[in-house]
Ligand binder design. Structure first.
Ligand SMILES: Nc1ncnc2c1ncn2[C@@H]1O[C@H](COP(=O)(O)OP(=O)(O)O)[C@@H](O)[C@H]1O
Ligand SMILES: [Mg+2]
Length: 262
């Protein structure tokens, strides 16, 4: 039997040798009524890599994440997770794949009526029923320690700052040991210092867990700090994709505007 480390090594090798990326989105289209939101989006993310998806508000960044999670159905195109197209899957099959995805929503990151500890415990109670309560508790404490929140177990979300809420949301996103992490505006609404701390935390988590990550943001500074590659969306398509330096060199008018004014 392979140990976890051996499996991880094999996965790394498979990815390096050019097999399927962890997340592969191809020619994705999505409209709401007459409004075309995504008009042919393609992108991929490999294990250990962080892609920042940038764009003005209302361009469809959150919709894109919801399609990748399978919370909404695309009109056409495909979303492949570890090579498997999820667009035609049943809810049961989707549930299994979704367990390997950690996500942090833009709003309502936490359950208001549950304590910090209960929030992080929640996915374990629902999906790790075989774990004993004391093992679950220990894991929750470990996860909260990882995000610097171990001394706030009994607090309610309303009693902690926005930055702390995001930390707890990140701990909860990691509870089921995902190999995919999807974060929607993790620094929005935070003061610059708290935002910087969340960026540092995302970088640290990424180094430790080697996930394939997509971070949606309209914050260029944050994108530059945490991402290997950036994809800039406008009017339903990817205007440019590359490193921050590549974006800076672009002479596409929209890219220049976006870099200049955000
Ligand atoms: N469930 C929905 N029904 C109708 N319109 C929607 C729905 N979800 C998103 N939209 C519309 O799609 C567009 C993109 O939304 P969104 O992905 O939230 O933008 P972003 O995250 O980039 O700010 C917006 O115009 C929004 O109003
Ligand atoms: Mg959004």
């Amino acid at each position: 039997m392979d140990t976890i480390d051996q499996i991880a090594m094999k996965l790394d090798e498979a990815e390096k040798s050019g097999s399927a990326p962890t997340i592969a989105v191809e020619d994705l289209h999505k409209s709401f009524g007459a409004q075309k939101v995504l008009n042919g989006i393609s992108l991929c993310v490999r294990r250990g890599e962080t892609l920042a998806v940038l764009g003005r508000s209302g361009t469809g960044k959150s919709v894109l994440l919801r399609l990748i999670i399978g919370l909404e159905k695309a009109d056409s195109g495909s979303v492949r997770i570890h090579g498997q197209d999820i667009t035609g899957l049943s809810l049961d099959q989707l549930g299994e794949i979704r367990m390997k995805m950690g996500f942090l929503f833009q709003h309502a990151a936490l359950y208001d009526s549950l304590t910090v500890e209960q929030n992080v415990m929640f996915p374990l109670q629902h999906h790790k029923k075989e774990m004993s309560t004391s093992d679950q508790s220990n894991l929750v404490r470990q996860l909260l320690a990882e995000v610097g929140m171990e001394s706030h177990l009994e607090k309610l979300p309303s009693d902690i700052s926005g930055g702390m809420q995001k930390r707890v949301g990140l701990a909860r996103a990691l509870a089921l040991e995902p190999d995919i992490l999807l974060l929607d505006e993790p620094t929005a609404g935070l003061d610059p210092i708290s935002a910087g701390e969340i960026d540092d935390l995302i970088l640290k988590l990424q180094e430790e867990h080697h996930m394939a990550s997509i971070v949606v943001t309209h914050d260029l500074h944050s994108a530059k700090a945490i991402a290997d590659r950036l994809a800039l969306l406008n009017e339903g398509t990817v205007v440019i994709e590359g490193s921050f330096e590549e974006l800076q060199k672009s002479d596409i008018e929209f890219v220049r505007q976006f870099l200049g004014h955000s």
